[in-house]
Write a protein that binds this ligand. Structure first.
Ligand code: ADP
Length: 217
């Protein structure tokens, strides 16, 4: 199985698509956002550093992120392939990741860019609700992504919450960070010949089918 990097603006659907591909193929799933939220929950040093930055819609430092990633990709569930959801997000991260792959003798795999316009991404972010226990992502205004019972996780039965960085104000800051710091990775990976593009369709199943087509070609 080829490792996957998802390159996309905030709220493009990286997390949802990752979950669907993990269920189909058994990839290890590495979401740097989830790893950071876990550090915050456990009130670790990393969590304390990350919390304010995330609330302001800013990126966490490259060194912290690289440390989290290098610990995570060597875990057994990543042996046969993994999905990077939210990493790399800067050129420094991409370059350090290349070095890490070389050290570990692993392949980069495929980079899938999810194309979505700013308005649609903002609409999704502002109506996104997540399970604080299992991290499952729902959306209040999407028929296929609504929970069965309003406001409650289908799997855990606990109350769903909105992420503190999913307000309109913070979303705009996150989007700007993305344009300034992450967009340059589009050319970085295009030049390596590993970049594929899919559209963020209205239905998650259509986006999923496009991703499967790329992976099975
Ligand atoms: P989304 O996919 O909606 O943008 P994430 O859960 O991936 O959200 O990320 C949430 C926040 O975590 C980011 O806005 C950023 O502050 C921080 N973060 C996650 N991944 C990285 C990364 N690779 N580099 C720097 N900061 C990151």
């Amino acid at each position: 199985m080829k490792n996957i990097i998802f390159l996309a603006p905030p709220a493009a659907g990286k997390g949802t698509l990752s979950e669907m591909l993990v269920n189909k193929y058994g990839y290890g799933h590495i979401s740097t956002g989830d790893l950071l939220r876990e550090e915050i929950k456990n009130q670790t040093e990393i969590g304390k550093q990350a919390e304010d930055l995330m609330k302001q819609g800013k990126f966490v430092s490259d060194d912290v992120i690289i440390e989290l990633i290098s610990n995570r990709i060597t875990k057994p569930d990543c042996e046969n392939g993994y999905i990077l959801d939210g990493f790399p997000r800067t050129l420094v991260q991409a370059e350090k990741y290349d070095e890490l792959l070389k050290e570990l003798g692993k392949d980069l795999g495929v980079v899938i860019y999810i194309n979505i316009d700013k308005e649609m991404a903002m609409k999704r972010a502002c109506s996104r609700i997540t399970c604080p226990k299992c991290g499952k992502i729902y959306n209040k205004y999407s028929n296929e992504m609504k929970p069965k019972v309003e406001g409650i996780c289908d799997d855990c039965g606990v109350e769903l919450t909105q992420r503190s960085d999913d307000s309109e104000e913070t979303f705009i800051k996150r989007f700007d960070e993305y344009v300034n710091k992450t967009m340059p990775l589009f050319d970085y990976y295009k030049n390596k010949g590993v970049l594929k593009t899919i559209e963020a369709h209205e239905s998650k199943y259509d986006t999923f089918n496009d991703a499967v087509e790329i992976l099975e070609k």
